[in-house]
Structures are given as structure tokens and as C-alpha cells.
Design a protein around this ligand. Sequence first.
Ligand code: SOE
Length: 390
Amino acid sequence: MSEQLRVGMVGYAFMGAAHSQAWRTVNHFFDLPLSARMRVVSGRSPEGVAAAAVKLGWESHTTDWRALIERDDVDLVDICTPGDTHAEIALAALAAGKHVLCEKPLANSVAEAREMVAAAAAAQAHGVRAMCGFNYRRVPAVALMRQMVAAGRIGTIRHVRAVYLQDWIVDPSFPLVWRLRKEVAGSGALGDIGAHIIDLTQYVTGQSISSVSALTETFVRERPLPSASSGLAASASSAETGEVTVDDAALFLARLNGGAIATYEATRFATGRKNGLRVEINGSLGSLVFDFERMNELSFYDGGLPGDEQGFSRILVTEPTHPYMSAWWPAGHPIGYEHTFTHEMRDLIEAIGTGTDPAPSFSDALQVQLVLDAVAQSAETSQWTKVEEV
Ligand code: SOE
């Protein structure tokens, strides 16, 4: 048995459950220098966290995240809470010398993200590692897309077209859950799902977004107050309503620093689209398309083929030679959403165990935060807005 990486996780809702399955699974499929041990989970409700510990497989539980950080038997703090608490928890964990994994978006503001980057840099001098959890980078087809772009298979990138479409708040009677409150979530569709396609396209192309022209919209401005549950499937409890203080949809044009031009659309009002993440990249020699609804595939147009052989081909990303896939099933067997988190933990454990920096770093996540900020600013001023490079 290899040396242990003892994990304390803060928060146990949707992301907490996703991370838990990954911590439970990762060492059973990947050969890694450290073995994850699920020491403790924390949450605000004593009954809720006790039940979550049993269901998700944690050895102990607490209602005090500060106590979790202080424990001698915790090496890494995994932050799965809403955005308004990321900075405070991450700063405390880094100050205590703990490695940190923080869910996306890194923070609710650029100022917070900058503080987190500075704290991560200071902690790194003592061998402490910090990573942000943009899980869609770890879809094997997305990792393959990046490899093919880097290998020049589609030539010089001209266009990037990215959408992330959901519809879970189309119904105006859907309650005012935390994701619809700016003081908790930071922003709406923009930071929640727009952040994913910003990170994903920057990762795949190797180019960062340098300027944006954006618009945002909030279609339903008042909603019933929610019941105690704050999940995506929460049901309204009262006739009392509250104000929606985030965007329902965010659209923007962008220039990338390698010369590509791009369009982005993030919305929770794409009726019928449940989790529609799609990215198309057109280059001088070919094109690549990823669609999360077909996450085990990558579409490739090779402009170098003779004219009568041209057309989009479908690469089934289920071969042991594809990124991450050799750890799973024999050739041809697909994987799912949860595996993206297992791959995230794989990469993080590998980095910690070998003393290297994991990616996306807090700096990479700050770059995403700077884009989110520029988009919000551009939507407000109706002006093209430059994005600072970290
Ligand atoms: C809700 O919009 C959500 O769960 C996001 O918060 C996740 O990051 C995304 O993967 C799915 O949708």
C-alpha cells in the first residue's frame, strides 16, 4: 500500500457527491504514488453531514470546516461549497499547509481570486499544491482534442464556437436557489457554466481570451423563495418572492491571443437542453467538434484527405491509447460524467505525489475569472473590453 493522501472535504451536495465517488474510485483504477483516504467531510447541518458521511463513504464528519482544516490527519482540503466561501476556506487551508482542490469558478471576484493565487504561490514554496476543479478538461475526448490541436492536425485556428446550454430554470415558479443569488454564486449562467467553456477552449487551443464584447440577460427577475433544500431540484415553499440577482444567459464574442475569433453562449433558458456543452474549432487544415451529449466521441474533419474522401469522421474515444482510457475497460467500452472527476483526482494525486504543479492552477483559474469579469463589464457598458493576462 502506497503512502496516504488524507482528504477532508467541505460541502457534500452535488459536487461533494461527485468528488466523493472520485476519491473512492481513483486508486482502484489508477496506479498512483499516493493512496487517497477519505478522512472527514464537513457541512452545516449535523444530520445532513452525518448522513452524507455514511452515504458517500467518509470516515468521520463535522459541522466545523475550520476544525477539519486544523486536523493533523488531513493533508488535502477539497472545497465543494458555493462560491462565496471558496476564498475564505482556501486561504485558511493553504495557511495551515494543506493542499487544496477548489471547485470552479475559483472565486466570486477577481480580487478574491488574486488573493488565492498569492496564497497558493506562498504555500507552494513549502511543497503545498493547489488546483481548481474544471472537470470537463478531463473528458478523454477533450484531452484528445487538445493533443490533436497541439500536434497541428487542424492547422492554424480561425474559429472557436462554444455553447453550454441548460434549461433547469425555464419555469418561472422554480425557486430562488443559491445559484440565482449574486452574493452567494457571484454570477449566474456566466460563472457556473460559462466558466467551463472558457476554461475548456483556452485549454484545448492553448490560446487565452484577450478581449470580449458581451451581453447578458435575466429573463425572470422575481422567483418564489425556496424550501430548505438548495439543490437543482428544489421545490418552492412559499408565496413570498425574492429578486434574481444574476444573469440567466450570457453571450459574448471574443478574440484569442493566437489570432482566433470566438463566440460563447451560456444559458439556463435553452428549453430542452439539459447539459448541452459543445465546442467546435475550425482550423486552416481541418476541424474538431466535441459534444458532451456524445462524450465518448470526437468529430474530426481532415482537410488533407483527397476531396472525394472528405467529411467529418467520428473518432470513438474508447481505445486504451486515448487519454485516461487504459485504466478503464477493454477497447470500445464508454465512460461517463463521473469519470471526469476520477481523472481530476488522478491528475492531482499524481502531481502531489511527484512534487509537480497540478493544472489548472489557481493562476489558470484566475485567468478564467478575469474573462468572467470582463464579460460582465462589457455587458454593462456595451463596449469591447480587454482581458488582462495573468
Ligand atoms: C449546474 O448548472 C451545474 O451543476 C454546474 O454547476 C456544473 O459545473 C456543471 O457541470 C453542470 O451543471
